[in-house]
Structures are given as structure tokens and as C-alpha cells.
Design a protein around this ligand. Structure first.
Ligand code: CDP
Length: 229
């Protein structure tokens, strides 16, 4: 096997288990897992905290100079967690108040340019599994493996609702479903880097797959790519 580490891009609709798969695949390969959505969520949280209008593109663009996004390794959860100006905000960024605004922030080109540059820096030496919406199209267009994940909106909503309740967050199932549907609409139709299924992706529909089954499929694809590399 070639010792060079590849990059793996996992894109797809809201809450279809991209993070879970990316984390487990990265663990199996001894790669680094980066959740790019948490970076967009952290910028959104900052704007909410500062009372900045989400639609005020000029002010948000200026505010980027005051935002430092980082990652802290959490040993018990075996994953990197997002930090905003030095504070771990991994749990806070999952709240519905952030989810309800994040797609508007993520549609802004200045925000994307700022975060994409960071993501490309993180992946420049390979060995990264990154999940998001534009990882295979924009961030790592040369990624050796690109996976597009999807599942029915009912299954995705239930999974996200259960996750939020387990984490002690406020949410209703109908609110979660409306949020996923609206985010998918904005993420797929924006001008800058929309979520797009191009023919270089392998599609993984996990509506009826267990976590283990989806991981086995992704492992096979990853090992094939690594062996060919
Ligand atoms: O976990 P979930 O699938 O619900 O979303 P996420 O990955 O945390 O991403 C939150 C939001 O960030 C998405 O709905 C997109 O609007 C935005 N995002 C993006 O535009 N590009 C990325 N590479 C990742 C996320």
C-alpha cells in the first residue's frame, strides 16, 4: 500500500449522518476528521452573540477579522471540537437558534472564502476526512474519494431530533424537519458553492442502513482508493 494519505470528502443533505460516518472512517484510517459545518455554525453563533443582523453582509464581512475558529481535541469523545475565539462551542453550535440561521450565513461568499481557505490549509498534506456541502466540489476538488450521503427527510429529522433531545436541547420534531428542509433548499440553490451531486461522487443512501453497514461500505471504498493511490 502506498503510504501517502488521501483526502476523503463527504457531502450531502442536512443531518444524514455525514459526521458519524466521517468520524468513524477517520478513526479506522487513523486520519483527521473535520466537521466543516461546525465552522459555519461557529461564525453564525458569533454573529448572534454580537447582535449582528444575519443579512448584513458588509458587517459580517468586517466582523470576520474578529473571529478565530479553531479545533480542540476531546480525548474522551475522540474527536476535534470547534472553538470560537478560544472557547469550546461544540455543544452550543448545535442549538436550533444557530441551525435556523446558519444557511443564510453560509450562503455569503466572504464567509465561504474565509472558511474554505482554513479547510484547505488543514487538508494540504492529506489524511483528512472532511464532511460538509462543498468539500468534493470546492474545498478538495482533487479528493481521491468523494461520498455523497443522503437519506429520507423523515429518517433524518428523527435522527437529529433524538440527538438534540439526548443532548438536553430544546426542539420539536416538526421544527427540526422544517429546519432540515429549509437548509437543504438554501444550501442547494445558493449561487456560491451549492450542494451538488456531480458524477465523481459515490452515493450512499443510508435510509435503511445501520451505522455499521454504512461504515463497512465506506471502508471498502476508502481502501480501494488508498490501494490505487
Ligand atoms: O449536521 P448537519 O448536516 O445538520 O449540518 P452541518 O454539517 O453542521 O452544516 C450546517 C450548515 O452549514 C449547512 O446547512 C450549510 O448551510 C452550511 N455548510 C456549508 O455551507 N458548507 C459546508 N462545507 C458545511 C456546512
Amino acid at each position: 500500500m502506498n503510504q501517502d494519505k488521501i483526502n476523503i470528502a463527504i457531502d450531502g443533505y442536512s443531518s444524514c449522518g455525514k459526521g458519524t460516518l466521517a468520524k468513524e472512517l477517520a478513526k479506522f484510517l487513523n486520519y483527521r476528521f473535520i466537521d466543516s459545518g461546525s465552522m459555519y455554525r461557529a461564525v453564525t453563533l458569533h454573529c448572534i452573540n454580537q447582535g449582528i443582523e444575519i443579512g448584513n453582509t458588509n458587517q459580517i464581512t468586517e466582523e470576520l477579522a474578529n473571529i478565530t475558529i479553531g479545533f480542540d481535541y476531546n480525548t474522551s469523545r475522540e474527536r476535534f471540537e470547534v472553538t470560537l475565539n478560544g472557547k469550546n462551542v461544540e455543544s452550543e453550535v448545535r442549538e436550533m437558534r444557530v441551525a435556523s440561521r446558519v444557511s443564510e450565513i453560509a450562503a455569503q461568499s466572504a464567509v465561504r472564502k474565509y472558511l474554505v481557505a482554513m479547510q484547505q490549509e488543514i487538508g494540504k498534506n492529506g489524511g483528512v476526512v472532511m464532511d460538509g456541502r462543498d468539500i468534493g466540489t470546492v474545498v478538495f476538488p482533487d479528493a481521491e474519494l468523494k461520498i455523497f450521503m443522503t437519506a429520507s427527510v423523515e429518517v433524518r429529522s428523527e435522527r437529529r431530533f433524538n440527538e438534540l433531545i439526548k443532548a438536553g436541547k430544546e426542539a420539536t420534531l416538526s421544527e427540526v424537519m422544517a429546519n432540515l428542509t429549509e437548509r437543504d433548499r438554501i444550501d442547494s440553490s445558493r449561487d456560491d458553492s451549492p450542494l451538488q451531486l456531480t458524477d465523481d461522487y459515490k452515493v450512499l443512501d443510508n435510509t435503511e442502513l445501520s451505522k455499521n453497514e454504512q461504515l463497512e461500505i465506506a471502508k471498502t471504498w476508502a481502501l480501494e482508493c488508498i490501494n490505487q493511490n
